[in-house]
Ligand binder design. Structure first.
Ligand SMILES: [Zn+2]
Length: 276
């Protein structure tokens, strides 16, 4: 079904588009998610009115449905026609309604609010975040994190610069752990891509030339290194096993013996992630 082998480790549900996987080049820089315009829409679906948003992107080659606490989103190529989008939604009504119901459960509605000034967890260590004026950057001290931004009073600017800083921390940390597990597994270190879509922890894909690329969600940088290591080991094991069969899990177990506990814990703790 997929154009290229690709496996995902979901923490929010994403319905894969029929032919996804051949769009993004490894290492390409991504736009901040806030810069993609969202078009609000409604559609009558299974006897009820459903609100959703369309997010168009030049990098998108096919339509995809995503559902999380924010509701239904349709990722679309720039030129996708509304009739195609309607058809996709109407042909997946049962799936959409089931997932929307699932997300209405109270435990999912509790996703943690974050406001500038709240403490930040970085690799499991929670520190107060102080915000100061200056050239954008993040300084780490034992007892505090200091974020400098050009406009400290502008909440949107603070959030955007904080996301940038955390992504940079994530990239540096993930690159080291990816190299570590690739060496242990006896494979070339795959290209690292930092993902920012709130759709999955990680994924592993093979390009046409046979090189692998691993996408890792920067939000994991809030978690302890041992949890990040589980996701890294999981994706590295996919380099030899592009499935979730017994041979895949035995490869994961060799790289990361306590994988079952880590997998449960990271699932449980998804709601701790701040919505920066
Ligand atoms: Zn997997």
């Amino acid at each position: 079904m997929f154009g290229l082998p690709q496996l995902e480790l979901p923490f929010f549900w994403t319905k894969p588009a029929p032919d996804k996987g051949n769009g993004a080049r490894s290492g390409s820089s991504q736009r901040p998610s806030g810069s993609i315009p969202e078009e609000p829409r409604t559609i009558a679906c299974g006897g009820q009115e459903i609100r959703y948003v369309v997010r168009r992107s030049a990098r998108r080659r096919s339509l995809g449905l995503q559902i999380d606490t924010r509701g239904l989103r349709v990722a679309a190529p720039l030129k996708a026609r509304q009739a195609e989008i309607d058809r996709l939604i109407l042909s997946n009504t049962a799936w959409i309604l089931a997932k929307l119901r699932e997300w209405q459960r109270p435990e999912y509605q509790a996703a943690r609010a974050w406001a500038p000034g709240d403490p930040i967890a970085l690799l499991g260590s929670v520190r107060p975040l102080r915000i100061a004026q200056g050239r954008a950057g993040l300084a780490k001290f034992d007892d505090a994190l200091i974020l400098t931004v050009p406009k400290p009073d502008d909440e949107a600017v603070v959030r955007a610069r904080l996301r940038d800083a955390l992504k940079a921390e994530a990239r540096a940390w993930f690159a080291g752990r990816l190299g570590h597990y690739a060496l242990r597994y006896g494979v070339d270190t795959p290209t690292l891509r930092i993902s920012q879509a709130v759709t999955r922890w990680g994924s592993c894909a093979r390009d046409r030339d046979g090189a692998h690329r691993v996408s890792l969600n920067w939000r994991m940088i809030h978690f302890e290194g041992r949890l990040i290591d589980y996701v890294v080991a999981h994706e590295i094991a996919h380099i030899k096993h592009m499935h979730h069969g017994p041979r895949f899990w035995s490869a994961v177990a060799k790289l990361y013996p306590d994988y079952a506990d880590a997998r449960d814990e990271i699932r449980r703790r998804t709601l701790e992630l701040p919505n920066i």
